[in-house]
Design a protein around this ligand. Sequence first.
Ligand SMILES: [Zn+2]
Length: 542
Amino acid sequence: MHARVALGQRRCSDGGAGRRVGDPNVARIAIGGFMHETNTFAVQPATYQDFERHDAWPGLSRGQALIQNLRDLNIPSGGFIAEAEHDDHVLVPLLWCSAEPSAQVTRDAYERIADMLCSDLALAGALDAVYLDLHGAMVSEHLDDGEGELIARVRSVVGDTLPIVVSLDLHANITDAMLQHASAITVYRTYPHIDMADTGRRAYALTRVLLEGQRLSAASRRGEFLIPLQAQCTDLCPAERLYQTVSDLSGRDVASADLALGFPPADIAECGAVVLTYDPDPRRAQRAADRIALELERAEAAFDDAMLKPPDAIARALAGNGPGPTVLADAQDNPGAGASADATGIITALVAARARRAVIGALHDPDAAAEATARGIGAEFEWSLGGKLGLADQPPYRARFRVVALGDGRFTCHGAMLAGVTTALGPSALLAVLAPGCDVRVVVTSQRFQCVDRALFHHLGVDPASERIVVVKSTVHFRADFDAIARETLVVEAPGSHPCRLETLNYRRLRPGIRLGPGGPLHDVREDLASSDAILDASASK
Ligand SMILES: [Zn+2]
């Protein structure tokens, strides 16, 4: 395989010259990533162009551009690169890409990207290890387990014995195929995800262990109930306590311990929380997995998935006193969980309540942003804002608007989660709803963006700390930057395509016997399951 490296595409392959493969002190490690969180109840698919485009995160990056674009960012690859370079290992960059969460990844996007990654890997020359930066809840048009299939393909390129280390999002739905084909997996431990780079560092530490020749046995346990995202925040109990246990055990009782809380809006058989441990001693690995699983089971009743109806939340916000805004999480229209970010139920509720000093971020309507940009600051115009999916419960909001401010959608984030990231959201505008007795303004962007950073508002001249109500289209991540200014935070149940009441969902592929939410009803075998199983079998056999 070394001869094929002579294509000269990768400077870092020079580091292989004269080096002894298998030396843990100077290893050649391939690095790649393909990230998507798939909400199978959403409508818009993820296309190849969505992965290619720079949004909140860098666009598709191949070869040395991967290192340049991801180094120093709070994403797993950033942490892995820092550690590997510190130890003078040779990184062989393959391909990294991500797209905003959405409905299924198209077959075209999946196959093109997987093919590029695997062909780059086949050309990479002799390697000591592979590191993959994945989400772990990717569903494509033709595969229920996008990452399991990808790791299997990578395994088929590098053979049975080469270490493949994978990092996954806390919202991963970890599958048996992922466990089978990866040598080791580690998972974010915070939600908001402020430890993404740290997770990459842990993945590097596991890679080191494997490079030194240690063999790790895995033990895993599946949770017995789905946990909606609004109940998963690790700043709150019980998730905070659970992850404390995970951190305490990891590296002390076992080589590695992790817990993925799962992504419930992915309707696949293996959806849900998974405990995962690794250790040279399989009995120790199993004991630690059992202990965390027991703690998860005992915590079930403590997961708080409550949401308030918009009129109740707004009334409470308007009645409140004290400094700082009430932050309303419009959780069901969170684009970070695959929603369209153009649902307008919360605007209707704010105007009906005659709310004042209220601002919403960020509603996705590229046409509205373009219209506002063309008309200029101060212009007034009639518009049907958002509601582009054509769903009965998510209509456009028809009103007259004034253009208050314009922006280019480029700003640098400063919150703990995306610090240092420069966005590229395209033309953006702050529009005031012209309705009697209220002061409601809406940040409109050309690309979907989960409102996780105050910089979104600052770039349009709004200081959210001075507002009375700040609505964020986010479920939990916003807390990393908005908790510092929030007088109170409320989760609101306005319409959107990220359904948070799991017992109302029409799951078709989810395994029977799991509970739909903490203390929720058991998922039954549906009459249509036989046909769903046939589809699953076909996917699994590919
Ligand atoms: Zn996540």
